[in-house]
Write a protein that binds this ligand. Sequence first.
Ligand SMILES: Cc1cc2nc3c(=O)[nH]c(=O)nc-3n(C[C@H](O)[C@H](O)[C@H](O)COP(=O)(O)OP(=O)(O)OC[C@H]3O[C@@H](n4cnc5c(N)ncnc54)[C@H](O)[C@@H]3O)c2cc1C
Length: 278
Amino acid sequence: MKPAAFDYLCPSSLDEALHALATHGDQASVLAGGQSLMPMLSFRLLEPPWVVDINRIPGLDSIELDGGMLRIGALARHAQVMAHPLVAQHLPLLAQAMPHIAHAAIRERGTLGGSLCLADPAAELPACMLALDARLHLRSLQGTREVAAADFFQGLYQTALAPGELLTEVLIPLPEAGSAMVFDEFSRRHGDYAMAGLAAWSHPARQRSRLVFLGCGDRPTRAVRAEALLNARSPLPTYADLRAAIDADLHPEADLQAQPDTKRHLATVLLQRAWPHL
Ligand SMILES: Cc1cc2nc3c(=O)[nH]c(=O)nc-3n(C[C@H](O)[C@H](O)[C@H](O)COP(=O)(O)OP(=O)(O)OC[C@H]3O[C@@H](n4cnc5c(N)ncnc54)[C@H](O)[C@@H]3O)c2cc1C
C-alpha cells in the first residue's frame, strides 16, 4: 500500500524542527530511521498530515562521556551504538543487547530515539534504558524536560512525550565499579521481536539490582520480587522459587509471539541463566 498524502518538512536545525512540531502538534509525526514509521504510514495505521524528518539536524547523533554519564543522541543509529567503543567499555548491557535488534540493514537506519519513542514492549532498548536508570531529554519550544526511563514508558506504544516534544538525547549513568550486567532473550528467529527477554543490572556487594523483562507486559517491566530474591544473595533458587517470583511480578498478555504461560516460563529460564552472572 501507499501512504496517504502528507506534507514533508526537513528542518536543518533543532530550532526549526521544534517550531514545526509546535505549529502542527499531534498532526505531525517525527521521522527518524523510518524503520517503523514508514511501514505504519504505508499500511495507513497512521495518516499524519505532516511528517517532520529530523535526519538533517546536526549533532543529534553524538555519543560522548559527560561527567559520570554516557550521553547518546536520539539519532544515533543502532549500528553506531553497537560499534561504539564507549558503549563497549562502559555499558556492556547495551553492547550485548544491540545484536538482538532486527537485522543489519534495519540497524543501519533505525535510531535509539525511534526505538524508545515507539515504545514497543518487546523491544530491547526500552528495557535496557530502564535497567540502566537512563534519563531522557524531551525538548520543545518551552524548554527541556528530563524524564526517567521508569516514567517515560506508559503502556503499549505509549510514552510521556507530549505533542510538540522531540526526544533529543539520553543520559545513562556509568555503572558503579563492581556492577554486573546480563542481556538475554528468546525469539523465534534471530532478529524477530522477543517472545521474552531480560535486561539485568546488579551490584552484588551492595545488594542492589534491576531486573527488567521485555515482551512480558504492555511496557518494559521490573520484576521486584525476583530482585528481592537476588538481593538476598541466597544460594541459587530452584526453578519453582524463581517461577513463583515471576508469577507475582509479570502479567503478560498473549501476543503474536507466545501465550502468557510460555512467556512466564521463558522469563524464569532467562532468570535462571542470568543468576550466576549477577
Ligand atoms: C523487520 C523488522 C524487524 C524489527 N525487529 C526489531 C527487534 O527485534 N527489536 C527492536 O527493538 N526493534 C525492531 N525493529 C524496529 C527497529 O528497531 C526500528 O528502528 C525502531 O523501532 C524505530 O526506530 P526508527 O529510528 O526507525 O524510528 P521511526 O520509524 O522513524 O519512528 C518510530 C516512532 O518514533 C517517533 N520518533 C522517532 N524519533 C523520535 C524522536 N527523536 N522524538 C520523538 N519521536 C520520535 C516517530 O514519530 C514514530 O512514531 C524492527 C523493524 C523491522 C522493520
